[in-house]
Every structure is written in C-alpha cells, then in structure tokens.
Design a protein around this ligand. Structure first.
Ligand code: NAP
Length: 268
C-alpha cells in the first residue's frame, strides 16, 4: 500500500507507539487524523508534524463511545473526504491476577481493545469497499497468541482482536480492502506500569523502543502483509504455542510464578 498521500486514521496517537508511528507515517507523507482523548498531547504532536509539512489534524475522541467514533468519521469525511488506512492502535492493559481483576477494568479493556476497533471498522468500511481500496491495520500483541499469567484479561482481548482480523480478512477477500494484524512484543511505553517494567527486567523479557516498532509497522503496511509477529524468538514461540501448547506451559511455569510476585496485589 502506498503511504504517501494516504488518508490515515491513527488511534492511540497520544501514546508511546502511536506518537512514534505518527512521526514515521509523517516521514512517509501520509495525511493523518491523530486520535485520542489527551487534547494537549495531540495538539502538540499535530503542530510538530504540520511543521514537517504533514497534513495532520488532532481528533479528540473517546473511542469506546458511539459519539466519539461518529465524530471521528465525520471529521475524516470533512477534512479528507474519506479514509484509505485505519490503524486501530489504541489500547489498554492490566497487570493483575485474574481473580483480583476489577470487572469494570476488564470491561473497559474489552471495550477499548476489541469492541472499539470492531465498531470503528464497521463505520469506516463501507467507504473503503465503495472505493475498492483500503487497509485496516489492527495492533495486537504477542499476548494475543500466547496468553500470559497476570495478563489474562488483556491476553483474551488481544486473542479476540486477532480472531476479528482473521475473520474480516477472509470476508473482505477480493474487495480491494486488506486487513493486517501486527503483534509487537513488549514495548517501552506508559502502557507498562513500573511494576510491569520491573517484572520484565527480572524475567529478562525483551522490550523494544516505540521508534523501532513504528518503523516495522510502516514496512508491514507498505508490503500489504496480512500478519506479522515482531521480534525473535517471540515470533517462533507464537508458532510453537500453536503447535505444542503443553510444551509452552512447562517452559513458562517458573516465569509465571516470578511474574505473579510483581503484581500490585501480591503479598510482599
Ligand atoms: N507497550 C507494549 O508493551 C505493547 C506490546 C504489544 C502491543 N501493544 C499494543 O500497542 C498499542 C499501543 O500501546 P502503547 O504501548 O502505545 O500504549 P500507551 O502508550 O498506553 O497508549 C495507549 C493509547 O491508547 C489510547 N486510548 C486508550 N483508551 C482510549 C479510548 N477509550 N479512546 C481513545 N483512545 C484511547 C490512549 O489515548 P488517550 O490516553 O489520549 O485517550 C493512548 O494514545 C495497544 O493496542 C497495545 O495493546 C503494546
């Protein structure tokens, strides 16, 4: 997919991966709607990108609300007269044992990571189908293929996003609209609390910088790839878990015990 000139919605543009991705897309001359709830961050990012010559607008929207999604679709139409690329990047996580996870947080995780991307895609798709071209890009996670202890609700949401991506890709086959699912491994952003970062260091979990993840995401979009798991050996473990899940159960057993000791609720 040609990124230059592509009318692009980037959700989660105020976050770690989102800001880096916005800069990378601006370098490739995409036209950008930068979506999130943090007005100041989005305004200052838009200003920075505009100074680079990029056609970028901030769009303040809570994507879990219909009003927020409708307002975004309206602004896209008004500003760019349609959409070529939708990047569903906004997301949230929780690091907590399943039993102690607040059900309201769990609902918010599913609303943000699963329902908002599905509903926003439904709002944008008719225009893409009509123009016979477009790409939906869903930002998943390694945890969407290998579920981890203490990230059970988050993992389940990313499994759902992967399932959505696969079903939609098959449904849209031949329409000219493509679907890409990209799964980064851990990334150094605010999504991961201090406790998660300490745990990651202790269990030697690889953690990428947002700028390198952003570069890889743009390459994947340019190449029209259907699916991509970022990082090695994580991409290999994804295949192994699909074929030999019991083997991965054993491999993760000790790590899971250590991880649990870092959850905020664990007795110290
Ligand atoms: N960091 C990692 O380790 C990692 C690894 C693999 C995959 N991922 C995935 O990568 C994506 C980006 O994560 P990140 O690390 O960049 O996280 P982040 O820094 O915490 O950013 C999260 C972004 O999501 C937006 N967001 C959350 N709820 C929203 C809502 N209701 N409405 C609109 N926007 C909302 C936030 O915007 P506002 O706060 O402005 O609303 C923010 O821009 C997520 O889908 C995440 O699951 C992250």
């Amino acid at each position: 997919m040609k990124i230059e000139g592509a009318r692009t919605i980037l959700t989660g543009a105020s976050g770690g991966i989102g800001q880096a991705l916005a800069r990378e897309l601006a370098n490739h001359r995409a036209r950008l709607a930068l979506v999130g709830r943090q007005e100041e961050r989005l305004a200052s990012l838009a200003k920075e990108l505009q100074a680079m010559g990029c056609d970028a607008i901030p769009v303040i929207a809570d994507l879990t609300c219909k009003n927020g999604r409708d307002g975004l679709v309206e602004q896209m139409q008004k500003q760019f007269d349609g959409t070529d690329i939708l990047i569903n990047n906004a997301g949230m996580s929780a690091f907590c044992s399943f039993v102690q996870t607040d059900p309201e947080v769990e609902e918010q995780i599913f609303r943000t990571n699963v329902l908002a991307p599905m509903q926003l895609t439904r709002a944008i798709l008719p225009g893409m189908i009509e123009q016979g071209a477009g790409r939906i890009v869903n930002i998943g996670s390694t945890f969407g293929s290998i579920a981890f202890a203490c990230f059970t609700s988050y993992s389940a949401s990313k499994f759902a996003l992967r399932g959505f991506s696969e079903g939609l890709r098959r449904e849209l086959d031949g329409s000219g609209v493509g679907v890409t699912y990209i799964a980064p491994r851990a990334v150094n952003t605010e999504l991961n609390t201090a406790a998660v970062k300490q745990m990651a260091e202790r269990v030697k979990m690889n953690m990428d910088e947002p700028s390198s993840v952003a570069k890889q995401i743009v390459q994947v979009i340019e190449k029209d790839r259907k699916e991509r798991y970022l990082g090695f050996p994580e991409s290999l473990f994804v295949r192994l878990n699909a074929l030999f899940p019991r083997l991965v159960d054993s491999a993760l057993r000790n790590q899971n015990r250590v991880m649990q000791t870092f959850t905020p609720q664990h007795p110290k």
